[in-house]
Design a protein around this ligand. Structure first.
Ligand code: NDP
Length: 516
């Protein structure tokens, strides 16, 4: 589907300054040089009516909506408007203790010994309810996180439901997942998730844990607690036994209280590498299971025989999807020298058609950055890129007056040593580097402390196989990017963490295998 814009890409490539000019169409549109764009998208806002926001949300412990032990709450903000959406109970270490006890009791009394086919029924029910309430979840997720409605509607919510469908299928087939072994649940899983895919990360964590017979305590990120609290409602609707799922929003130290709680048997974390290291220390010396899914700095490698127009779509999807707030984002474009110029031209053209704005508008491609802190981090790293001599390009699109927005950004002339080529920016910022030979591409791609994902664009299957074998990345996409499926394992190497989520591999982290 063609995407249209009303603004011309007119930033000065040397200074990066935005120069507003007439609304000229990119040359690839074939309207003639400098021709004005003859149309404008009308606003297409998704209705908020499907969501009933409560003024206050409690913690979800033992199947009940409860206040925090000290009565404290915090506000969750809509990043597109900077307005508070609701007050949420701010869990404490004492609340974590309550939640872990509730999970332990549910594990002992019902869930841990329930036959797999009975557990499966609950998971199927949850999947169905997520599908039935998908619009409500999508709108709420976009309001709380800033992501565009077309992504929460078409990616986050359907994939979250798909994870529950998929793991429901495994619940009564664990003996086939681990032939010759008996798979026993571990007990209580403590799970901490980030703000970039709040509902989807919840599904990645909760679905395999429940399928394998564990109970869970989950801490959502403080900027995006609402979809997890709406999920609590789904658990009630599905008649899930009280205590099987517990949800405790709260600050980082409350997350650490979960990690170090002696009643927790397994810890699963997705988030920054810095906090991942702290969590690693928190479980050291215990026999708790641990999986860490941390940061990334993926290389998206484009060879000179790649179909360039398709590659441009893949690059755009790789870095501007979800405002670039994606651990596996293709944030480093490695372009073969012979095609770098036409590729950059096409990319700039394409950037001019990206629509930045209201996350609830169905035409929006790039929504709001999740928080002021994240916007400041992106702004700081972009300034560092310019100070280090990289050339910045941004399309001259209008940004809303309020809210945390950032223009899609492209850096060329980036040194391998520069901060924007090394650090996870977690924003809509692409750094372009070049290479001459496949060996150089592999070396540059692997020259990072991370190893979560990568992409290869080429016409030759043999070259794809050659590259894939040499790249230290948990996932390598070939002639596509950012594709996810519940049947497919996902996870990293090096500082991107360890353990796999998704697929049969994702069950492994939630079972103890015994001989028959
Ligand atoms: P964090 O890693 O701090 O947050 C992820 C989750 O961990 C949140 O639920 C957070 O809670 C919780 N948490 C924070 N501190 C602790 C702690 N000491 N013990 C246990 N849990 C804790 O990420 P940020 O939100 O601070 O983002 C910072 C950077 O991390 C981003 O700019 C990005 O580069 C990267 N990031 C990477 C992600 C990924 O998927 N790879 C996801 C998110 C961020 P709370 O929200 O209350 O702080």
């Amino acid at each position: 589907m063609p995407r249209m814009a009303t603004r011309t890409p007119s930033a000065d490539v040397r200074t990066g300054e935005i120069v507003r000019s007439n609304d000229a169409a990119p040359s690839s549109w074939g309207l003639g040089d400098g021709a004005a764009i003859p149309w404008e998208y009308a606003p297409a806002p998704e209705s908020r009516d499907v969501v009933t926001l409560k003024e206050r949300y409690g913690l979800f412990i033992g199947g009940k909506d409860v206040a925090a032990s000290d009565g404290e709450t915090f506000a969750t903000i809509n990043p597109a408007t900077e307005e508070p959406l609701a007050q949420v109970a701010r869990g404490t270490a004492a609340d974590m203790d309550r939640a872990v006890r509730a999970a332990r009791s549910a594990f002992r009394r019902s869930w841990g010994s329930m036959p797999g086919k009975e557990r499966a029924k609950y998971l199927y029910r949850i999947a169905r309810i997520l599908q039935e309430r998908s619009r409500e979840f999508a709108v709420l997720e976009s309001m709380d996180s800033g992501k565009p409605i077309k992504e929460s509607r078409d990616v986050d919510v359907p994939l979250a439901a798909a994870h529950f469908w998929y793991y429901a299928g495994w619940a009564d087939k664990l003996e086939y997942a681990f032939p010759g072994r008996v798979a026993k649940p571990l007990g209580v899983a403590g799970q901490i998730i980030p703000w970039n895919f709040p509902l989807l990360m919840l599904a990645w964590k909760i679905a395999p844990a429940l399928a394998a017979g564990n109970t869970v305590v989950l801490k959502p990120a403080s900027t995006t607690p609402l979809s997890a609290l709406l999920f609590a409602d789904v658990c009630r609707q599905a008649d899930l036994p009280p205590g099987v799922v517990n949800i405790v929003p709260g600050p980082g130290e409350v997350g650490m209280a979960l990690v170090t709680h002696p009643g927790v048997d397994k810890v699963a974390f997705t988030g920054s590498t810095d906090i991942g290291k702290k969590i690693y220390k928190g479980v050291a010396g215990t026999d708790k299971g641990l999986t860490l899914e941390l940061g990334g700095k993926a290389a998206n490698i484009v060879f000179d025989d790649a179909p360039l127009d398709q590659a441009v779509e893949g690059i755009v999807n790789g870095i501007y999807f979800n405002q670039g707030e994606v651990c596996c984002a293709g944030s480093r474009l490695l372009a073969q020298e012979s095609i770098v110029e036409p590729l950059i031209e096409k990319l700039k053209d394409r950037l001019g058609t990206i629509r930045v704005g209201d996350p609830l508008d169905k035409n929006t491609d790039v929504g709001a950055i999740n928080s002021r802190a994240q916007l400041e981090k992106i702004t700081e790293l972009v300034a560092a890129g310019r100070a280090e001599g990289a050339e910045m390009y941004q399309p001259a699109c209008d940004l809303p007056d309020r809210g945390y927005f950032f223009r899609p950004t492209l850096f060329t002339n980036v040194a391998q040593s520069s901060r924007i080529a090394r650090e996870e920016i977690f924003g809509p910022v692409l750094s372009v580097l070049t290479f001459r030979t496949p060996e150089e591409a592999v070396e540059k791609a692997n020259n990072t402390p991370y190893g979560l994902s990568a992409g290869v664009w080429t016409d030759k299957g043999s070259r794809i196989l050659h590259m894939v074998k040499r790249m230290k990345a948990g996932v390598v996409w070939a002639n596509t990017f950012n594709r996810f499926d519940p049947t497919s394992p996902f996870g990293g190497y090096k500082e991107s963490g360890f353990g796999r989520e998704g697929g049969m591999h994702g069950l492994h982290a939630y079972v103890r295998l015994e001989d028959r």
